[in-house]
Design a binder for this molecule. Structure first.
Ligand SMILES: NC(=O)c1ccc[n+]([C@@H]2O[C@H](COP(=O)([O-])OP(=O)(O)OC[C@H]3O[C@@H](n4cnc5c(N)ncnc54)[C@H](OP(=O)(O)O)[C@@H]3O)[C@@H](O)[C@H]2O)c1
Length: 454
C-alpha cells in the first residue's frame, strides 16, 4: 500500500543527491516507484532531495510509466550514466556487465548500492577494494534475504559481539517446494511444477533447486559474520532435487520437517580437530519445534547465535519487488546521508582470516533409514560399521516390514532400521553410509538426511 506523503514534510534545500538506477525489472521498477512516491519523506530523512538522474535498461522503448519516472530518463547507455551520479543502484544481476559498471561508478566517485548476491559471492573483495580506494560506500542489504534487515545487524549491530553460527532459510523457492512436499505428500517434480505455475519458481529453476543462490548468500553471510573472506565456490552445496517423498515421510516420523539450510559455523580448535569456519548449503531435518521449522511457503528466516547476544531470529519476505526495494532504499538513505553529512559506512572486514573447513570436517548428524534382513546378528553388524568409523549412535528404531511372498524367498524377513547419530565429522558419517550400503544384510539405504537444530 502506498502511503501519501505528509504535507508537513519540509523540503530540504541544497543540491540533490543524484541517483542512477541500473536495471528496471522486478526490483528496479519498485525502487524507481518508491523513490518517486516517497520523494519528500526521503529528502527529509537524507537532508537533501534524491533525484533519479537516469535509469539504465537493456531494452529501450518498453512502457515503464508505472515507475512514475519520465520516459526521457531511461537509457541503454549504463556506462555513461554511472559517470554522472552520486549513488549508483545496481539491480541488473549477474557478473557482467554489473561488475564493470560498478567499478566504473566507484572510479567516478559514486557510492554503490547493489542487490547482486552472485557478484558479491564471486568477487566481493574486488568491489570492496575499489570502494576503499575511491573512498565511497558499498552497501548490499538486499543481496541476502530480500526485505529482511540482516546484513546491517551482522555488519554493524553485532560488530561488538562474536557470532558463532548463522543458520537460515534464504531461498524462498526451495522453501515453497519443500513446504508443499511436506503438507501435500507430493514428490519433488510435482511440487516444483506447482511452484512454477504459481510464479514461485523460474522456468529454469537450477539456481534455486541446486542451491547456487543459497550458496552465494551463505558466502556473504559467513564473510560478514566471521570477518573472513568466503566466496561462493568455498561453500559446500547440495540442492533439493534428490529430496524424495520418502525423505519427507521419514522426517515426519521423527516429528521433523525438511528444509534447505544455509549454515555458517565457527568452531574452536580442539586437540584432535582444527577449528575454523564451515559454510554449507544442504537439505536437513529440523525438529518441528525449532523456530526455522515454522517458516512456511516462500518466506525466509535466519537464526543467529552470538556469544553475548545469544539467539536472534530474523524473519520476513526474502524476495519480491517491494520488499527488496525496501532494503535497497534503506541503503540509499544511508549512503546519501554520508554524501550530505560526511563519513562512510563499514568497509570489508576480513581481519580474522579464519581457515575454511571442508565439508568432511564439519560436524553433522545423520538420520539414516535402512532396509535390512530381519534376522539375528544384523543389528550387531550395523553397530560395528558405525563403531569402525567412530560414529556414535543416538537412537535406533526398528519396524518389521511385511514381505511380498511372490518376490521374496520363503521365510525371508525384512525390517526398516532408522538410525540417528550423534555429531561426527561429515566425512566419517558419509563413509559409514558407504560401509552400510556394502553390507550383505543391508538390502538398501532408503534415506540419508542430515539433522540440525537438535
Ligand atoms: N527479484 C527479487 O525478488 C530479488 C530479491 C533479492 C535480490 N534480487 C537481485 O536483484 C537483481 C535484479 O533482480 P530482478 O529480479 O529485478 O531482475 P530482472 O527482473 O531480470 O531485471 C533486470 C533488469 O536489468 C536490466 N538489464 C539487463 N541487462 C542490462 C544491461 N546490460 N544494461 C542495462 N540494463 C540491463 C533489464 O532491462 P530490461 O527491462 O530492458 O530487460 C531489467 O530491467 C539481481 O541481482 C537479483 O539477484 C532480486
Amino acid at each position: 500500500m502506498v502511503r501519501s506523503t505528509p504535507s508537513s514534510v519540509p523540503a530540504p534545500g541544497g543540491d540533490p543527491v543524484r541517483i542512477a538506477l541500473l536495471g528496471c525489472g522486478v526490483v528496479g521498477a519498485s525502487v524507481a516507484r518508491l523513490l518517486t512516491e516517497h520523494a519528500d519523506d526521503l529528502a527529509a530523512r537524507v537532508g537533501r532531495p534524491l533525484e533519479i538522474v537516469g535509469i539504465a535498461v537493456r531494452r529501450a522503448g518498453r512502457d515503464r510509466s508505472a515507475t512514475g519516472v519520465d520516459a526521457d530518463r531511461f537509457t541503454t547507455d549504463a556506462a555513461e550514466l554511472v559517470t554522472r551520479a552520486d549513488v549508483v543502484v545496481e539491480v541488473i544481476g549477474g557478473i557482467e556487465p554489473a561488475r564493470t559498471l560498478l567499478l566504473r561508478a566507484m572510479a567516478h566517485g559514486a557510492s554503490v548500492v547493489t542487490a547482486n548476491k552472485a557478484l558479491l559471492a564471486e568477487d566481493g573483495p574486488t568491489l570492496y577494494a575499489a570502494a576503499a580506494e575511491h573512498g565511497v560506500d558499498l552497501y548490499f542489504e538486499a543481496a541476502v534475504a530480500g526485505g529482511i534487515p540482516l546484513l546491517r545487524p551482522l555488519r554493524e549491530s553485532l560488530a561488538g559481539d562474536s557470532v558463532r553460527k548463522v543458520m537460515g532459510i534464504v531461498n524462498g523457492t526451495t522453501n515453497y517446494v519443500l513446504d508443499k512436499m511436506d503438507s501435500s505428500g507430493q514428490g519433488f517434480a510435482e511440487a516444483l511444477s506447482q511452484a512454477q505455475a504459481l510464479g514461485y519458481a523460474e522456468a529454469d529453476p537450477t539456481a534455486d533447486v541446486e542451491g547456487f543462490d543459497a550458496a552465494a548468500k551463505a558466502a556473504i553471510l559467513a564473510s560478514l559474520a566471521f570477518h573472513t573472506r568466503v566466496a561462493g565456490r568455498d561453500v559446500h552445496r547440495e540442492g533439493i532435487t534428490e529430496v524424495s517423498a520418502a525423505d519427507i515421510a521419514a522426517a515426519k516420523e521423527m516429528d521433523c520437517v525438511v528444509k534447505l539450510l544455509a549454515i555458517c559455523e565457527r568452531t574452536a580448535d580442539e586437540p584432535a580437530r582444527p577449528g575454523g569456519v564451515s559454510v554449507r548449503v544442504h537439505p536437513a531435518m529440523l525438529p518441528r519445534r525449532h523456530p526455522l521449522a515454522g517458516v512456511r511457503e516462500a518466506f525466509n528466516a535466519v537464526f543467529v547465535e552470538a556469544d553475548a547476544a545469544g539467539q536472534l531470529m530474523f524473519y520476513g519476505r526474502g524476495a519480491g519487488g517491494d520488499p527488496t526495494a525496501s532494503a535497497i532504499l534503506g541503503d540509499v538513505v544511508a549512503v546519501a546521508r554520508h554524501r550530505v553529512g560526511g563519513g562512510h559506512g563499514p568497509g570489508e572486514s576480513a581481519y580474522a582470516d579464519l581457515p575454511l573447513l571442508d565439508m568432511g570436517q564439519a560436524l553433522t548428524r545423520y538420520h539414516i533409514s535402512l532396509d535390512v534382513a530381519d534376522r539375528p546378528g544384523v543389528l550387531a553388524q550395523i553397530a560395528t560399521a558405525f563403531a569402525e568409523h567412530e560414529v556414535s549412535i543416538e537412537t535406533v528404531r526398528q519396524h518389521h516390514v511385511a514381505v511380498d511372498p511372490d518376490a521374496e524367498p520363503v521365510g525371508a524377513q525384512r525390517a526398516t532400521l532408522v538410525v540417528v547419530t550423534h555429531a561426527a565429522p561429515d566425512a566419517a558419517l558419509s563413509a559409514t553410509v558407504d560401509a552400510l550400503a556394502a553390507l550383505p544384510v543391508v538390502r538398501g539405504v532408503t534415506s540419508v538426511m542430515r539433522v540440525e537444530g537438535v
